[in-house]
Design a protein around this ligand. Structure first.
Ligand SMILES: [Zn+2]
Length: 130
């Protein structure tokens, strides 16, 4: 093997390692998601870290969900009670905004939390006693 080949092989390994690392890191930071469910079906999942506006139009219903500063809230809704707009901002695990007339649910899913919890559960020695 020539010296140049060894350098090339080393470079490829290095690039692969860096890519793995980058993918791992982005996977970690993409933990927090906002899941929008309409009529019991998942309408879409959106990263909580990215400011954006989600427009949901389903039949005659119209809802506008806003994600801002890592928090989600109902910006606009044409439901008769308007209760969903009064439910404030959500950013934590299992927090929800519900628009009952539109059967629309906005839920925060923190992937990181559920993952670490699953690991913790596995570590609990609850069946050692015989
Ligand atoms: Zn509503």
């Amino acid at each position: 093997m020539k010296k140049r080949d060894i350098l090339l092989a080393g470079g490829i390994v290095l690039v692969a390692l860096v890519m793995l690392l980058v993918m791992h890191v982005t996977g970690e930071t993409k933990g927090d998601q906002v899941q929008v469910t309409v009529n019991g079906e998942i309408y879409g999942t959106y990263p909580l870290e990215k400011d954006q506006t989600i427009e949901v139009t389903e039949g005659e219903f119209h809802n506008v969900i806003r994600i801002e500063d890592g928090q989600a809230y109902m910006e606009e809704a044409d439901c008769p009670d308007g209760y969903c707009k009064e439910q404030g901002r959500i950013s934590g695990q299992k927090q929800t905004i519900v628009c009952l007339p539109h059967k629309l649910v906005v839920e925060v899913i923190r992937q990181k939390d559920t993952d670490s919890k699953a690991v913790d559960d596995d570590l609990v020695p609850d069946t050692i006693a015989k």
